[in-house]
Design a protein. Sequence first.
Lengths: 178, 257
Amino acid sequence: MRKLSCILARVLAVIMAVLLWSSLVSIAHAATHTNGYDYYYSGEGAAFWDSNYYSFFDINGTLGLDVTGPPLIKTSITYQDMYVDVPNGAIYGQNPGTYDTANDDKGNFIGTYDITSSNCVEPGYPDSSDCGANNSIVAPSHYNNCPPVTVYHHWVVVDGGVAVGSGSWQHIPNPGVC
Amino acid sequence: MFSRLMWSGIVLVACIAMTIGLFFGFGSRLQARTEAAMTCSQTAVVAAERGSPLLNPDGAKIALPQGEPQIVATVDGHAITAARLEMMVQNASYTNQEVLARLGSQAPSTLKAELTHSSGTLRQMFLTKLIDNALWLSLGQHDGEYASVAAAHQMLKQSVAIFHSTSVDDPAHIQFEAFLCVNHLTEASYQVDPTVVQGVQNALTIAAAKAHVNSTLPPSIQHNNAAIQAADNAYIQSLWSKNEVQIFLADFVPTRA
C-alpha cells in the first residue's frame, strides 16, 4: 500500500510538472503579442501569400514592419494608416490628416517600402533610424510613446500593379503603461 | 490523520490539474478540428479561387479576347501563351477589386490608381513582366546563378511554417487554401510539386540576377529605390535588344509598374 502511494505520488508530481511547464509555455506565447513598449500589437494579416512566388511572406507588425522572408526577392509594400478607432467604438479621422493628435504623423502617412533595401524612409519622415539592417524596417520612433487611442494600420502589398496581399494591425494603448 | 489530509489535498490538486489539462486538450482538439474543417467547399475558399493562379493555365479553358493569338510572344524561341497572360490579367483584376472593396472609400487615390488599371493596361504590364522575367532568368542561368532545388525546398518549407502560424480566417490563409484547391495540391504535394519547385527556383534566380546587376551600381545609388528601378529598366531594355524577342500581341507597348 505504501509502495502504491509512493508510485501514485510520483505520477502526480510528473503530471503537475508537465502541466506547470505547459502553462509557462502558454504564458510565454501570449507575451509575444506585446512588445515591451507602451502599446500592444494586435492584428490580422501578419503574413501574406504571394502567388507570384508560390510563397508566404511574413510581416511582423510588432514594431512597425519587419519583413522576414527569403532574401533577394524584391517586393514593394504600399503601406498606410487610414483611420483611428476611438475607445467608444466610433470611427473617425478617415482623412489621414486628422488622426493621432498626440503623435507627429498628422500628414499623409502613405509610403512605398522596398523591403529588400535599407532605403525604407517613410515619406515625410526622413529619419534613417527608421531603417533596420537585414532587410527589415524597425519601428518608427514616433510610435515609442502612448498613442491616444487605438491606431489601425492597413497595409497593402503591391507587386507590379497587383495587390498580392493586404491586412491590418492595431496599436492598442497598453493600460499598464499609458 | 495528517497523512490522510495531505493525500486528500494532493488528490484534489491533481483532479483540478487534470480538469484544466483536459480543458486545454479539448480546446486544442477543437482548434484542430476547426483547421481541418477548412476545405475546398468552404465559401471563403471558393470565392478566393477566382483570384488563384493555375499552375498549368495552358491546359485550362481560359477565355481569350477576340483576335488574340494563342502565342503572344516568344523569347529566344520560348513561347509565352495567351492562356497564361489572360489568367494573370483575370486574377489581377479580381484580386485588385477585392482589395479595393475591403479598403473601401478610405483608400488613398494613389493606391486606387494603382489597383484600378484596365484589362488592357494589365495585359501590357503582364506581358512586359513575363518577357522581362524570361530575360532575367536567362541571364541568371547564363551567369551560373540558377537557384538549387534545395534552396526552393527551403523556401517552400518556410512558407508552410508561416501558413501554419496564420489563423484560418486570415485572408492569406484562405488564399493559400484556394491555391491548393484549384491546383489539386495538398500541403505536402505543394512542397514537392515540380512546377511549384521550378517556379520558386526561377523566382530566386531572377532575384539573384537583379541583385548581381544592382551590385555593380555606384554605391551612391545602391540605396535609392528609384535609381535602382531605373537602372534595372535600362538593363532589361538592353537585354530586349540583345535577345530575340518577338511580340504577337497587337498594339503592344512595354509597360512597367
